[in-house]
Design a protein around this ligand. Structure first.
Ligand code: FAD
Length: 661
């Protein structure tokens, strides 16, 4: 962290200086008449988006929720490995890892062969395959995650706070949105009702450049743009409870999936505190036309069902901290923005839906919150780039284009998984027995580990996800997938770091240049030539897209990784472009150069199968996804890639070193 880049500051470096815009807009109890982005809903999707936009004080963002304050107890708790990777880019992964339960292993339980009413452990396996992510799959109450986001927003330059007790009623989109230059106008008018006792019933009208509906499965924003969630409604109820229990079930502190012979199925998920566990219990199937509201489900029903499933183990519930019963179907919207499919080439979107507003899954795969946050992470940097005039508004079409197929694929997986979870276990000794073989279920669970970890997402080629023409240069850094981090050593201070952790939720692109086997000090090494192109060519994306006076890495952050060990290289011989002057005092930034970590199994050139002879460039988007893999001298293709969606600001000589200033 370079916390004194713009001069020495005392105090917590995590707390940014409030921006001038913040001072101008603070102290107001009413919503402004005009905002750049209006976010509806303070669930996981809304907060992920708000926290990202809060980092840009020049973007006027507001987030409203009909609730009177932050959620106290959350329903969600499963956080996939890739979500922890995203938290790293926001800067609060360490707190999450400290407070969470780490799901290192999963146990599987099935009916005993003879006494089928009793369950017996069939296996105990590692939860995620080795090397899938540097982070584990964890369990943490949604309320804690919410607090981390709120704190981040509070400490951001915008000092963004949610506006509670405000219900979005409807919105109108100005028909002039079809015009090419609408981006500088406020085409959406939202009607918001105040619910707080002192202003109850008052209506606020807010004009917005963009509205994002993160308002859950019953989304008003979705209805306002005429979109519908289609799919199956659930035909089964599940009971969930967080409990303190006295039990001799030996896997109570491990994630456990239990298939009983004929008393139903259960999932046990421990909480991070060491005492509490969450039980998901399958309740009876609905009859035709029946809904959850027709059932009189009580905590006693859920406890009784758990006691039946867990036989022969004792199970006495001492306290119930929280419980609910739910039915969730797998449903999906046909598009996640307001532009009809046949009008994509005529206009740009200005209303979006994210999270449960656009797709719902069953909680069994623990994906709802994780996917919702990834939706918002995908959208946040795009909105910021367009509002700040760095990218063309056509970039915004890629949100629905990328996220809808992800939701569709996950729903397919969710349907299959949910069916397997609910199926009765086969009596393996009985040839006529129907149901699922517990061993098959376990195999499926292992096979789908990447889905569970959130690392399977693969975006199709688009203006921001290139064709895999040069994929062979970095076979394990797959275009369209998340940048899979690996350890490296920082040259200047011999600090072991994760390369992926240089990607922060700050809207910047990363260009990782992996050196060929050349001597980096040689006058015509691939890295030296690339630096020369980036610093001096009029085709350089750095020269074309970096605003005048901004730090050289403010739009595209170039980092170089050498194959040699860090003691074999000499910092003084590195191109000046890689040690640029930055910030108020023009201090040199020594954090751009890395070397392979040559300890056994850590060498990034090996783990990510990077061509040692040729090296390559890997372009990474602000949301951690790989956009392109190019030869080290693929200058024209690099320019062409960025030209497709970025707006040229200048082509000016850039100031990056003592010599050139
Ligand atoms: P929500 O969390 O539904 O938030 C929507 C917000 O919008 C709410 O705060 C609401 O008050 C507000 N709002 C709604 N309408 C308006 C309006 N008109 N005006 C203003 N505000 C409005 N997912 C996981 O990933 N892992 C899990 O372990 C997991 N466990 C679950 C357990 C249970 C029992 C259930 C029911 C779900 C679980 N899920 C889990 C799914 C997860 O809860 C959802 O997918 C996730 O909360 C969706 O987030 P969201 O931000 O899209 O919407």
């Amino acid at each position: 962290m370079q916390s004194h880049l713009n001069g020495f500051r005392i105090g917590n470096p995590e707390i940014s200086k409030p921006s001038e815009q913040y001072h101008a807009s603070s102290n107001s109890d009413t919503l402004p008449n005009e905002v750049d982005v209006l976010i509806v809903g303070c669930g996981p999707a809304g907060l992920t988006l708000a926290a990202q936009l809060a980092a840009f004080p020049d973007i006027k963002t507001r987030i409203v929720d009909q609730k009177s304050g932050p959620l106290l107890v959350g329903q969600v708790d499963g956080i996939a490995c890739h979500t922890v990777e995203m938290f790293e880019s926001y800067g609060f992964n360490e707190q999450v890892l400290k407070e969470a339960y780490w799901v290192n292993e999963t146990t599987f339980w099935k009916p005993e062969a003879i006494q089928r009413k009793n369950i017996v452990r069939s296996d105990r396996i590692q939860n995620a395959e080795d090397g899938l992510s540097e982070f584990p799959h964890v369990i943490l109450d949604q309320a804690c995650v919410r607090d981390f986001f709120l704190e981040l927003m509070r400490h951001s330059p915008s000092r963004l706070e949610p506006d509670y007790s405000r219900r979005m009623l409807d919105l109108l989109i100005d028909p002039a949105v079809n015009s090419e230059d609408y981006v500088s106008t406020y085409p959406v008018i939202a009607r918001i009702e105040r619910l707080d006792p002192s202003h109850e019933g008052q209506i606020e009208m807010v004009k917005a450049r963009y509205v994002v509906g993160c308002d859950g499965a019953h989304s008003t924003v979705r209805k306002s743009i005429g979109r519908i969630l289609r799919g199956d409604s659930a035909k089964q109820a599940w009971g969930v409870m967080d409990i303190l229990a006295d039990t001799d079930f030996p896997a109570i502190h491990l994630k456990s999936t239990i298939h009983s012979a004929n008393k139903g199925n259960a999932l046990i998920v421990p909480r991070g505190d060491g005492d509490m566990v969450r039980l998901y219990i399958e309740l009876d199937k609905f009859k035709e036309g029946e809904r959850l509201s027709n059932r009189d489900i009580t905590p006693d029903h859920i406890v009784a069902a758990a006691q039946q499933i867990l036989q022969p183990y004792t199970f006495e519930v001492k306290e119930i901290a929280w419980w609910t019963a739910y039915e969730i179907g797998q449903r999906l919207c046909d598009k996640f923005d307001d532009v009809p499919k046949n009008a994509i080439d005529k206009r740009f979107p200005c209303v979006f839906i994210a999270g449960d507003a656009s797709h719902t899954q069953s909680p069994k795969t623990c994906h709802g919150m994780n996917v919702s946050m990834q939706d918002a992470f995908n959208l946040g940097w795009k909105l910021a780039a367009v509002i700040q005039g760095r990218c063309a508004p056509r970039l915004l079409h890629t949100y629905s284009l990328e996220r809808r197929p992800v939701a569709e694929e996950l729903i397919g997986f969710d349907c299959e998984f949910a069916k397997m979870c609910s199926a009765p276990p086969q009596d393996v000794g009985n040839a006529d027995s129907e149901g699922i073989d517990p061993a098959e279920f376990q195999k499926y669970f292992v096979k789908q580990g990447r889905f569970m970890a959130g690392t399977a997402t693969h975006y199709n080629p688009s203006i921001i996800s290139a064709e895999p023409t040069h994929q062979h240069l970095a076979q394990e850094l797959i275009i369209g997938m998340r940048f899979h981090s690996s350890p490296v050593i920082r040259l200047a201070d011999a600090q072991p770091v994760h390369l992926g952790h240089t990607i922060k939720a700050d809207g910047r692109w990363r260009l990782f240049a992996f050196s060929s086997a050349d001597d980096p000090a040689a006058p015509s090494s691939g890295i030296r030539n690339l630096c020369e192109f980036l610093a001096e060519s009029s085709d350089s994306p750095i020269r074309q897209y970096t605003p005048r006076g901004a730090d050289i890495d403010s739009v595209i952050d170039v980092r170089v990784i050498f194959q040699q060990g860090h003691r074999e290289l000499v910092l003084e011989k590195m191109p000046a472009f890689l040690i640029p002057k930055k910030g108020f005092y023009g201090l040199l930034d020594y954090e751009k150069i890395f070397c392979a970590d040559l300890k056994c199994g850590n060498d990034i050139f090996e783990t990510r199968k990077i061509n040692r002879k040729l090296g390559c460039m890997v372009v990474v988007r602000p949301d951690q996804y790989i956009a392109h893999v190019l030869p080290l001298d693929g200058y024209a293709a690099l320019k062409e890639f960025f030209d497709a969606f970025m707006i040229k600001i200048a082509c000016q000589p850039i100031s990056f070193s003592k010599e050139t200033t």
